[in-house]
Design a binder for this molecule. Structure first.
Ligand SMILES: C[S@@+](CC[C@H](N)C(=O)[O-])C[C@H]1O[C@@H](n2cnc3c(N)ncnc32)[C@H](O)[C@@H]1O
Length: 391
């Protein structure tokens, strides 16, 4: 890969001589050419900046030296290079962009300083380059050089042969949208702190599962923009966010009810299921009749369940879990919670599910419910005696 960097501080790029990137250059995997923008000026003071038209603070980089420098570089090869102009207003630089840039054979970087480069230079450059403005992050640096060092390092380490062990690239943060798991090395005890036991177990399956859990937990905690906290929820570790529903929950509850009962309509081949016909009004009214609970994970509604007393029977209903979070024991945990809050008078629990809702029936039976005939056609009545009570 060929790299050209234009800067008024060529010495700033000296670190590209060091470490793996320096070695890649010496091995011929990377060809780096650093150009001093002032070499493309023609006045005694080698001027590269001037005051902004329209007034305002700071100086703007003049178009003439930039035009000359970019024309000179583009003329040195046969292919069309990509011109990367670092700037805080650009597309955020990501691992995905690094992967994309690593496929190119020629990258040219234009390091701005002061208030940036005269806008006409971008237009001029488009005739010979694919131009991209790239930001390192939402903050302002003094110049583009630091951004170039970061971009070049991230791109170059993806080139075949630059990193000795290519497998180490695969498991890294951002490669698959998750952050990396915590890493440890010898000694196993240091400063009174031990390496997690699982890593010393030699059980590769357990280690892989632990690492995956760590990646999820870490990503949800540190980068909720990449992974919502709900992604790490498990029934055996239910947060204390199961709270009585309020009228403010009705909109989300309605959406989730419809989403969750879609599966039941398909399984039972009928739309004659009350949950499917629920409206904002009927759901709002139900809050007075039923004790309804909602489970939230960092604000997101992820589950709900409700109960009401009919004689000495605690009727349980509308047990639901967000479709993407099924299979983690959340439904079972919600069932235990709604059983636990049954009033003193309740001697048994009952609930109704579709005759063809096999998954639901399996879960309820595992929780100790017995299936019996239901007064409603096409459904099954499941009942369970409340432990510790006599009938
Ligand atoms: C002081 S900044 C100019 C900021 C510009 N006036 C603005 O508000 O967008 C000078 C130069 O630093 C570089 N730079 C500053 N912040 C950057 C960032 N977050 N990412 C990439 N380059 C940046 C760019 O090359 C920019 O031209």
């Amino acid at each position: 890969m060929r790299l050209d960097v234009v800067s008024i501080f060529p010495e700033y790029l000296a670190p590209l001589d060091l470490s793996l990137i320096g070695k890649a250059r010496r091995d011929g995997l990377l060809g780096l050419h650093v150009h001093d923008l002032r070499d493309f000026t023609h006045d005694r003071h080698r001027t590269v900046d001037d005051t902004p038209y329209g007034g305002g603070a700071g100086m703007v980089m003049k178009p003439e030296p930039w035009g000359e420098a970019l024309d000179h570089i583009a003329g040195q090869g046969d292919s069309r290079p990509t011109l990367i102009v670092p700037g805080p207003g650009g597309t955020p630089f990501t691992q995905a962009m690094a992967r994309e840039l690593a496929q190119q054979d020629w990258l040219v970087f234009a390091c701005g300083r002061y208030e940036g480069i005269d806008e006409r230079v971008y237009e001029h450059a488009r005739s010979a380059y694919d131009v991209r403005v790239v930001s390192l992050g939402d903050y302002v640096l003094n110049g583009g050089e630091v951004a170039v060092l970061a971009i070049v390092e991230a791109v170059a380490r993806l080139l075949p042969g630059v990193i000795g062990n290519a497998a180490s690239l695969v498991e890294e943060s951002h490669e698959d949208g998750l952050l990396e798991y915590p890493v440890y090395t010898k000694p196993a005890q240091w400063d009174g702190r031990a390496v997690p036991d699982v890593l010393l177990s030699g059980d590769h399956g357990r280690i892989a599962r632990w690492r995956h859990e760590q990646r999820l937990t870490r990503t949800a905690a540190r980068r909720p923009d990449l992974l919502h906290a709900s992604a790490t929820l498990r029934g055996d570790d239910l947060p204390g966010e199961l709270v009585p529903a309020t009228p403010g929950d009705v909109g989300e509850l309605l959406t989730m009810t419809h989403a969750c009962w879609l599966k039941e309509t398909l399984a039972n081949r009928t739309f004659d299921i009350p949950a499917v016909h629920e409206t904002v009004e009927t759901l709002s009214a139900s809050l007075a009749e039923w004790q309804t609970y909602v489970l939230r994970a960092q604000g997101r509604l992820v589950g709900s369940v409700r109960g009401r007393l009919d004689g000495d029977v605690w009727e349980i209903g509308r047990l639901m879990v967000a479709p993407d979070l099924r299979g983690r024991g959340l439904g079972r945990a919600l069932l235990s919670r709604i059983e636990a809050v049954a009033p003193q008078a309740a001697r048994s629990y009952s609930l109704i599910t579709g005759a063809a809702s096999a998954d639901n029936q399996r879960m309820y039976k595992k929780a100790g419910y017995r299936a019996g005939p239901s007064p409603i056609e096409g459904t099954v009545l499941l009942t369970k005696r409340r432990p510790g009570r006599s009938t």
